[in-house]
Design a protein around this ligand. Structure first.
Ligand code: SAM
Ligand code: SF4
Length: 328
């Protein structure tokens, strides 16, 4: 599938639930209201849509959420998607908060998953508890250990927040070095209403990078994933560090991805509202050809890029939906 700007769309992110066992302050309000079950696609519906994408040339699937591993029976979906590996699909992966990894790591490997992204913003137990509103860091660290033991490659994702974990990123980078993990730092994006003031949380990664350079030798690399990250090699550890800077750096020209929510809404851009309702297409009884035609019509409308701006006067969101709905 080639979009109107000549970008080949080979990567689909699928949010399988909007629910989560944590409430990270930048992601969710404390009293989130979750979707009624009837609105959420069944595992069979999710698999059918994923299958249509693979038939149209999608080579990489990332399962996300909410927290994907809290969805009941989610391994049934992984098994089905794993069956598509080598038959058009090159990679099946997931982004998780890690709390359930100890339970599922081995099964994920059995389904053909080779790499996972685990979100961990700090190694300090008290800050972790505060950031996630009630999370226990040991549960995540045990999950990460189980993932490693099962043979999964691990990348750590951390959202950089002013006055919250900005002084912890150095330790996180050192820890990733000793553990053999890559690290990806993310700027906070203005998505969904939360309780806190976002302009208080925003920390430009250009500043983080120059601070890290006091201790670490960062060499820019050509490594790209088609996404918004710029990667550097950390000379002292040999691992990579990526910087995802949607607010300060325009990454849209090489965008190769679209996102499906757990309600079957396809978003062609994380930062724009245009969408296609694939649930309606499915539930109207579409056959595979009609489903594929609906997907192709949506890709033909993929916008050139987002226009996130941090509005320093307002705390509101540039995009009304939460990241947990679209899938990070
Ligand atoms: N629950 C899983 C997790 O935490 O990894 C998967 C879903 S989560 C929405 C995916 C990623 O989005 C996480 O790395 C999270 O830190 C990030 N994220 C959530 N809200 C964000 C925001 N407002 N700005 C930037 N990143 C955000
Ligand atoms: Fe849950 Fe992930 Fe959002 Fe944190 S970032 S609240 S773990 S969905």
């Amino acid at each position: 599938m080639i979009d109107p700007f000549g970008r080949s769309i080979t990567y689909l992110r699928v949010s399988v639930t909007d629910r989560c066992d944590l409430r990270c302050v930048y992601c969710m309000a404390e009293d989130m209201h979750f979707l009624p079950k009837a609105d959420v696609l069944s595992l069979e519906e999710l698999d059918r849509i994923a299958g249509a994408f693979v038939a149209l040339g999608t080579r990489k699937l990332r399962i996300t959420g909410g927290e994907p591993l809290v969805r009941r029976d989610v391994m049934r979906l992984f098994r089905r998607l794993g069956d598509r590996l080598g038959k058009g699909l090159d990679e099946l992966t997931l982004t998780t908060n890690g709390t359930q990894l100890a339970r599922f790591a081995q099964e994920l490997v059995a389904c053909g998953v080779k790499r996972v992204n685990v979100s961990l913003d700090t190694l300090d137990p008290a800050t972790f508890a505060q950031l996630t509103r009630w999370g226990k860091i040991d549960q995540v660290l045990d999950g990460i250990e189980a993932a490693r033991a099962a043979g999964l490659a691990i990348k750590i994702n951390a959202v950089a927040m002013k006055g919250v974990n900005e002084d912890h990123l150095d330790d996180l980078l050192a820890w990733c070095g000793t553990q053999g993990f890559d690290l990806c730092l993310i700027e906070t994006m203005p998505m969904g209403e939360i309780t806190e003031d976002r302009s208080d949380q925003y920390l430009p990664l250009s500043l983080v990078r120059s601070r890290l350079r006091r201790r670490w030798t960062l060499r820019e690399t050509e490594y790209r994933t088609g996404g918004p990250a710029r990667y550097f090699t950390v000379a002292e550890t040999g691992r990579r560090i990526g910087f995802i800077t949607p607010m300060t750096h325009n990454f849209c020209e090489s965008c190769n991805r679209v996102r499906l929510t757990c309600t079957g809404t396809l978003f062609m851009c994380l930062g724009q509202d245009d969408q296609a309702d694939l649930r309606a297409v499915l539930r109207a009884g579409a056959d595979d050809a009609a489903l594929q035609a609906a997907i192709e019509a949506a890709i033909a409308r993929k916008p050139k890029g987002h226009d996130f701006i941090i509005d320093r006067r307002h705390t509101g969101a540039a995009v009304a939906r939460h990241m947990s709905v679209t899938g990070g």
